[in-house]
Ligand binder design. Structure first.
Ligand code: NAP
Ligand code: ZN
Ligand code: ZN
Length: 362
């Protein structure tokens, strides 16, 4: 015992209160929730959240469709805001800077994945919400809140050139589509398919178009065809129409599938050229009823998956967006409409990302 110093709280014991919206179980609507955040550590950045996008993953998580939910849960991993305070050792950000936070707030920093700037594939990634915070032993809370505290290495710089609310969805929907398009080197001369026109799909169209590919949108919603062309599609295929699908047999270099529900993948592998790749980013709660092995081996086709993107690539994507004036098409909502927004996403009624205006939360 050192006397009085043992009785004084350590820096980590000082907590800050903030307000958010949380799910308390998988059935109840999200509701206001007050919670505590850690005091700033030396390399922490405190961010006043201005906008947060609403990802379909938030619905999967809130409803415990992936079986890992911890309640109360404050979702949200498409965060943009302004730096409101910095720890003593922060050297990359200043109070007032516009910044973003995506799906991760920490990782082990030393494994081969982290060293390759692929923190999303680290076995010890700390996700922005519903994840164990190894420093506090608590559970992380996300962007449906007034404030978040994040280590500077997991904070991204946002350009002044872009409308901030429309930047928020880039932090997940943007990087999740940009990363596979880059990894599989999509570019001029490639025929690329995007499956599903929702939050991810509409960003996939914009990026594939900006990278110079010939882009085909596959949709179950005929009413989205006009929008798809405006967003970057050269052609639109109604995926329920066999004739339209057959017209594209064995012709694609790459297909990015963003669908959030189980469906027959064979319909898409059949459309790939020899050596083509169907990359899955949608993460439904039930398995797909496929694939057919014959579809794969007779043309050496690939089925792959991809998870968000690392910090370095996310910054590259944000810079690419600033250079090419790319943002998300959003519908801005007050946080009080979040439960209605979830309902509309589940009935495919969103053009093309809801973004919460956190000024509505007080
Ligand atoms: P979203 O905005 O709800 O869009 C999903 C789209 O899928 C819908 O707009 C719809 O497009 C299509 N769709 C929905 N139900 C369908 C069905 N039964 N059959 C065929 N198509 C259907 O969702 P999102 O936010 O883009 O997220 C999509 C998925 O990606 C989710 O599972 C999410 O968890 C996952 N995700 C993965 C990552 C990753 O790193 N891999 C990152 C973020 C999100 P049409 O109307 O055009 O058919
Ligand atoms: Zn997401
Ligand atoms: Zn690691």
């Amino acid at each position: 015992m050192n006397g009085l110093t043992d009785l004084l709280p350590t820096q980590g014991d000082f907590m800050k209160k903030t307000l958010g919206y949380a799910a308390v179980d998988k059935h109840s609507p999200l509701a206001p929730f007050s919670f505590e955040q850690r005091e700033l550590r030396p390399t922490d950045v405190q961010i006043e959240i201005l906008y947060c996008g609403v990802c379909h993953s938030d619905i999967h998580q809130v409803r415990n469709e992936w079986g890992t939910a911890v309640y109360p849960m404050v979702p949200g991993h498409e965060i943009v805001g302004k730096v409101s305070s910095v720890g003593a050792g922060v050297n990359r950000y200043q109070v007032g800077d516009k910044v973003g936070v995506g799906c991760m707030v920490d990782s082990c920093r030393v494994c081969p994945d982290c060293q390759d700037h692929l923190e999303q594939y680290c076995n010890q990634t700390t996700y922005t919400y519903n994840s164990l915070d190894k420093h506090t032993g608590g559970i992380t809370y996300g962007g449906y809140a007034k404030q978040i505290i994040v280590d500077q290495d997991f904070v991204l710089r946002v350009s002044d050139k872009l409308e901030l609310a429309a930047v928020a969805p880039l932090l997940c929907a943007g990087i999740t589509t940009y990363s596979p398009l880059r990894h599989w080197q999509v570019g001029k001369g490639d025929k690329v398919g995007i499956v599903g026109l929702g939050g991810l799909g509409h960003m996939g169209l914009k990026f594939a178009h900006a990278l110079g590919a010939h882009v085909v949108l596959f949709t179950t919603s005929p009413g989205k065809a006009e929008d798809a062309k405006r967003l970057g599609a050269d052609e639109v295929v109604i995926s329920k129409n066999d004739g339209e699908m057959q017209a594209h047999l064995a012709s694609f270099d790459f297909i990015l599938n963003t669908v959030a529900a189980p469906h027959n993948l064979d319909a898409y592998t059949a459309l790939l050229k020899r050596d083509g790749t169907l990359c899955l980013v949608g993460l439904p709660d039930q398995p797909h009823p496929s694939p057919s092995i014959g579809n794969l081996i007779f043309k050496r086709r690939n089925i792959a998956g991809s998870l968000i993107g690392g910090l370095q690539e996310t910054q590259e994507m944000l810079d690419f967006c600033a250079e090419h004036a790319i943002t998300s098409d959003i519908e801005l909502i007050p946080i009080q409409q979040i439960n209605e927004a979830y309902g509309r996403m589940l009935s495919n009624d969103v053009k093309y990302r809801f973004v919460i205006d956190l000024a509505s939360l007080s």
